[in-house]
Ligand binder design. Structure first.
Ligand code: ASP
Length: 439
């Protein structure tokens, strides 16, 4: 019998996980059972994906760059990638501002809801403001300083330092390109093999993906708080989701008009990564799968994916920036804080920067939202109330914005691949054959 495609397996796992979670939430022992016996499977899966992220970046970047015939191609790829990333993020913020100004979700929040939400989540709001303020940059050049590690082992010891690892690896690979071929050949051969091993490990991890998403969603449902609060924030949540859908529409338009590929084909190719992004709320944890899908299923060559995808997971967060724009205006509306046209322009700049600064982990976008709120002059005492207000629906929105974040990375990889002539035919190795090879 033909096995179900991976995205169907994952989707079935997700639906069953949600149903199981609801069922368990109705029993007295269910939530505890789910937390103790089901949730760990999801956590192990996320840990495995994170475990593979840094070695994958090192292996594929070295292979990608050392396969290039000349370095100028690399600076062309790098320059275009950063430029397109910034442009798509600005588009995302503008879409967010457009939607939130048309729907005006903040105006429908009653004083009662405001008081209820801000007292229910006061601690959560306070904690996030404190984290954000302690992370504030020291100067305009700080982000460049942060990119250059003083110790590679120190940098590689935390997934939060991906840009530092990328910096070192590119530097190393350029050195490799510049030495005598007789000396570079064995090093290159080593990293070619290393890269294949890591990719095989990704295959092995993906065997448990359908079970892991079941566990992740089941535990999320039993941990979900008072659903009544969801209703009070439904217009706000709807605005974010509508904006995110428009953003996906924008990517599909690029796919059709510039890349000249069918949007359905693109969505089919990237869908397992989207489903994992939704289940894990983390672009960093999804990175191994995003890279595998973009390369093998969408046909972008390694020279492009090895750079565009990890950099994208770290700095390109279109979903996050769109959400930050909607959330900032929503909070201002709900707290009756007037925003001028100039303030909205400020949001375009700060939400773009804040999304670049957000870590690729669950909930990071909400912490960096503080920077956006501060830039429009929201007084400090209102910052905490603002964050408390949106906290109840943050996790589901985080799941949705992470899907857009990784879809944006994949779209830009296709765009850059096309523009530098590195978009070929997909090289799909049949999933079952691969597993048979392995097992
Ligand atoms: N969870 C998002 C990501 O990993 C970041 C955020 O918006 O919180 O891409």
């Amino acid at each position: 019998m033909k096995k179900l495609a991976l995205h169907w397996q994952i989707l079935i796992g997700m639906v069953l996980g949600v149903l199981f979670g609801f069922l368990m939430a109705y029993t007295s022992w269910g939530p505890g059972f789910t937390r103790d016996w089901i949730k760990p499977i999801g956590t192990i899966f996320i840990n495995l994906l994170k475990l593979i992220a840094i070695p994958l970046i090192i292996g594929s970047l070295i292979k990608g760059i050392s396969d290039l015939k000349d370095i100028s191609k690399f600076s062309q790829i790098g320059g275009r990638t950063i430029l397109i990333y910034i442009c798509t993020t600005v588009v995302a913020v503008c879409i967010g501002l457009l939607v939130v100004n048309i729907i005006q979700p903040g105006n429908s929040v009653s004083q009662e809801t405001l008081t209820e939400l801000s007292s229910a989540f006061a601690d959560e709001g306070k904690a996030r403001v404190e984290t954000a303020l302690s992370q504030k940059e020291q100067g305009p050049m700080q982000f460049l300083v942060d990119m250059v590690p003083e110790n590679i082992f120190g940098a590689a010891s935390s997934n939060g330092n991906m840009l530092q690892v990328i910096f070192f690896t590119i530097f190393f690979a350029i050195g490799l390109l510049l030495i005598d071929p007789s000396k570079s050949a064995p090093v290159k051969a080593f990293f070619d093999g290393f890269n294949d091993i890591i990719l095989k490990m990704v295959d092995l991890i993906m065997i448990i993906a359908p079970y892991a998403v079941f566990a992740l969603l089941a535990s999320l449902v039993v941990d979900t708080q008072n659903p009544d609060l969801f209703k009070a924030l439904s217009f706000y949540a709807l605005s974010v989701v509508l904006g995110l859908l428009l953003m996906i529409g924008f990517y599909l338009l690029i796919m059709m008009l510039y890349v000249k590929k069918s949007p359905i084909w693109f969505l089919k190719g990237i869908s397992p990564a989207q489903l994992l992004a939704f289940s894990t709320s983390s672009s960093a944890a999804t990175l191994p799968v995003t890279m595998e899908r973009v390369e093998e299923h969408l046909g972008v060559e390694k020279e492009v994916t090895s750079f565009v995808c990890p950099v994208g997971a770290t700095i390109n967060m279109d979903g996050t920036s769109l959400y930050q724009a909607v959330a900032a205006v929503f909070i201002a509306q709900a707290l009756a804080f007037d925003l001028s046209f100039g303030d909205q322009l400020t949001i375009i700049v700060t939400a773009t920067l804040a999304s670049i600064g957000s870590a690729a982990v669950p909930g990071a976008g909400m912490i960096m939202l503080v920077i956006v709120l501060e830039s429009i002059g929201l007084p400090t005492e209102k910052l905490e109330i603002g964050l408390a207000l949106i906290f109840a629906v943050d996790r589901p929105l985080d799941m949705c914005r992470t899907v857009v974040n990784i879809t944006g990375d994949a779209t830009v990889a296709m765009l850059v691949g096309k523009s530098v002539g590195k978009l070929g035919e997909p090289n799909v190795k049949n999933w079952d054959d691969r597993l048979e090879e392995v097992l």
